[in-house]
Design a binder for this molecule. Structure first.
Ligand code: PLP
Length: 384
């Protein structure tokens, strides 16, 4: 028998059956009352998830499409931006900025280390003539498993007074608190296949009133990703172009399920999954790529195995047990494996992954105490 694959990667993620079934319906017209009702419900729940009164707009795109929309709608060629880079996604933001001809200053930190809010403060305070138009921060850096201190950095951005905050919340929204209004975040980007418990295909951009002011001045050409068009049509609960209506059916159900659970319960669940994974990895004496618990992302855990080849371990897990974990990205390929624990993941997924990990390690002659990982995870799950 061929193993059914269990996705333990940071997107796409496991999806509830109810969400998939919801999408298996006949498409409806996006100019119908049924669609307007659907979109009104979705929009209200998106605001709930973002803890905001701001607009939350929906794009038919992956997260990167939403990133691009977050740049071209609010900036102009030659504008100066500050980008936090401590992993693949911070780097991607900087690349997008450069492609569009923005003057891009990176605040670079080695992969696996958190961004230092103090450095952001210094750059922003030194900018007396307000040349910095936006500061871009990846909240949860999926490539390494770091959770950056967005709350503190966004305070420094607010103190600057002019710069917009453009935030990648792709693996933090729905996973840990991203209180958009409380932290005063201007542009917040996310994607359906991460914290939303949804298949891939939708991107989201949350836009503050200050960002809408910047939109009026922004001079990049834009058409499909023009968020102003989205806002105009969202006012009558529709979209400018044909949306993937079946994904909207799915989104309605996933948001309703999340809302029924409640934000604090969602976040607490993610904390447990992270803690159990980290406890198990430690018990197996595998090196955590981010050893400091206080900066660990609740979405993904990076492991940098030293006594076993990461890619061999990853293939073994997939081939023998059907457990799919992620590789390192860019220069960390072949040096890192990453366990995603976001989306519709429960204790069982973690226990299965750890058990498969232990089994794979033992067949690879890695010296560890069999059962130690499971026991450690079990202790977290049972609160002892
Ligand atoms: C997944 C992800 C993205 C978007 O990637 P897509 O493949 O374009 O959906 C952006 N930022 C982070 C931090 C991510 O994890």
């Amino acid at each position: 028998m061929k193993n059914p694959l269990m996705l333990m990667i940071p997107g796409p993620t496991p999806v509830p059956e109810q969400v998939l079934f919801a999408s298996a319906k006949l498409p409806i017209s996006h100019r119908s009352q049924a669609f307007r009702d659907l979109m009104a419900d979705i929009t209200a729940n998106l605001k709930w998830l973002h803890q905001t009164q701001n607009d939350v707009l929906i794009l038919a795109s992956s997260g990167t499409g939403a990133m691009e929309a977050g740049i071209i709608n609010f900036l102009s060629p030659g504008d100066r931006v500050l980008v936090g880079c401590n992993g693949k996604f911070g780097d991607r933001w900087a690349h997008v900025c450069e492609q569009f001809g923005l003057i891009t200053s990176r605040i670079t930190v080695p992969w696996g280390k958190p961004l230092d809010p103090e450095v952001f403060r210094q750059h922003l305070e030194a900018d007396q003539d307000k040349q910095i138009k936006a500061v871009i921060v990846t909240h949860s850096e999926t490539s390494t498993g770091i959770l950056n201190d967005l709350e503190t950095i966004s305070r420094h951005i607010k103190a600057h007074g002019q710069a917009l905050s453009i935030i990648d919340a792709v693996t933090s929204l729905g996973i840990c608190p991203v209180p958009v209004d409380e932290w005063g975040l201007d542009v917040v980007v996310s994607a359906s296949q991460k914290g939303y418990r949804m298949p891939p295909g939708l991107g989201f951009v949350c836009v503050s009133p200050q960002a809408w002011q910047a939109y009026e001045m922004a001079r990049f050409p834009r058409f499909y990703l023009d968020l102003g068009k989205c806002r105009t049509d969202a006012a009558t609960h529709t979209t400018p172009f044909t949306p993937p209506v079946n994904l909207f059916f799915a989104l309605q159900v996933s948001l309703a399920m999340m809302k029924a659970e409640g934000l604090s319960s969602l976040f607490a669940h993610q904390q447990r999954l992270m803690q159990a994974t980290r406890a198990a990895v430690r018990a197996l004496e595998l090196p955590l790529f981010v050893p400091d618990d206080s900066v660990a992302s609740p979405a993904v855990t990076g492991i940098a195995p030293d006594r076993v080849a990461p890619e061999t371990l990853r293939f073994k897990l997939q081939q023998q047990y059907g457990v799919v974990i992620a590789a390192g990205q860019d220069h960390m390929r072949g040096k890192l494996v990453r366990i995603g624990h976001l989306g519709y993941v429960c204790d069982r997924n973690i226990l299965t992954t750890i058990a498969a990990l232990e089994a794979a390690l033992s067949t690879l002659d890695y010296p560890c105490q069999s059962g130690a990982g499971i026991q450690a995870a079990h202790r977290i799950f049972n609160g002892c």
